[in-house]
Ligand binder design. Structure first.
Ligand SMILES: NC(=O)c1ccc[n+]([C@@H]2O[C@H](COP(=O)([O-])OP(=O)(O)OC[C@H]3O[C@@H](n4cnc5c(N)ncnc54)[C@H](OP(=O)(O)O)[C@@H]3O)[C@@H](O)[C@H]2O)c1
Length: 274
């Protein structure tokens, strides 16, 4: 979903090549090298991943194959070509058990297979491709979905009971893929920057607060939302309670601020559903 959004933002200003299944399997090192060799890029943006967090718990080998090995293949081939790498990562690299905003320099401690495999991918990028940006994002939604926003909109349209239970004890930064694309556009214009950056919208919400705002902005006034706890909504992978990411580093290097999450969500819902 993020890849599609980036393409929409960049296709008029840049020559963009897509390396995706089934044409290019990034778990195949030679196929990855060939794709980069053919495209001759200045910048490689690595969005591919196994993103199904619960699916990663039941298939650890595949999670590491996609999130670590494929990322290492991309990093090695990008470095060999002398290009810059932007690799997308996640808040799940943190334990998520402490309130407050995590900084880029905070200790990582993933509690899920998804988080551990994405952290292994980050480490491969750092080891194999010095000219890199690791962009950690979270709670992402974008055109076409799938995302929490799309799930809520589908439930709102189809729910005859007009009642929904939503988790209210996990906190994060709801983030529009368009806002991430804008931030990456600013990073593209700054070849002097390397290292890890947090790219999420400003402001914190629980899933319950996120859902409330989606329905208010979309004009669903007839729904009753019932807050519930993570314990009442058990999933195979443990979700972080505190996922908010600090963007102090963006400011410190003079990059534009990320927009407030409510503002980005309003723009998205207007564009996507009205
Ligand atoms: N979604 C979120 O809330 C979220 C939050 C934090 C971080 N992120 C990170 O953001 C990035 C983009 O996430 P997303 O939600 O946009 O992901 P997505 O929609 O699941 O897209 C992942 C893409 O990877 C491709 N892919 C999978 N295996 C591949 C392989 N072996 N070779 C080539 N391509 C392969 C998929 O192709 P097919 O569709 O053909 O399988 C798909 O196009 C990921 O790195 C993810 O970890 C996402």
């Amino acid at each position: 979903m993020l890849g599609r959004t980036l393409l929409r933002h960049w296709r008029d200003a840049h020559i963009c090549f897509i390396a995706d299944l089934p044409e290019t399997d990034l778990t195949d090192a030679h196929a990855t090298e060939n794709a980069i060799e053919q495209a001759q890029p200045d910048v490689v943006v690595h969005c591919a991943a196994m993103t199904h967090v619960d699916g990663c718990e039941s298939d650890r080998a595949r999670a590491f194959l996609l999130n670590e090995t494929a990322t290492a293949n991309v990093a090695r081939a990008t470095a060999a070509h002398g290009a810059r790498l932007i690799a997308i990562s996640t808040d799940y690299v943190f334990a998520g058990d402490q309130p407050g905003d995590r900084k880029e320099t905070d200790a990582t401690h993933p509690k899920t297979v998804y988080g551990a495999s994405k952290l292994a991918g980050e480490e491969a990028v750092r080891a194999l491709c010095p000219n890199h940006i690791i962009a950690r994002t979270a709670w992402l939604y974008g055109t076409g979905g799938p995302s929490f926003v799309h799930t809520m909109m589908t439930l709102a349209a189809a729910n005859p009971l007009r009642t929904l239970q939503i988790v209210d004890d996990q906190h994060g930064n709801p983030t529009s893929a368009d806002a991430v694309a804008d931030a990456l556009t600013a990073i593209l214009a700054r070849p002097d920057l390397t290292g890890t950056f947090h790219l999420t919208c400003e402001g914190v919400a629980t899933w319950y607060e996120f859902a409330q705002t989606i329905f208010r902005l979309a004009g669903y006034n007839d729904l009753t939302l019932i807050p519930c706890s993570s314990k009442e909504f058990q999933r195979p992978a443990q979700r972080p309670k505190w996922s908010a990411l600090s963007k102090a580093k963006l400011k410190s290097v003079g990059l534009p601020k990320m927009p407030p999450w409510q503002e980005a969500l309003m723009r998205f819902i207007r564009h996507e559903w009205k």
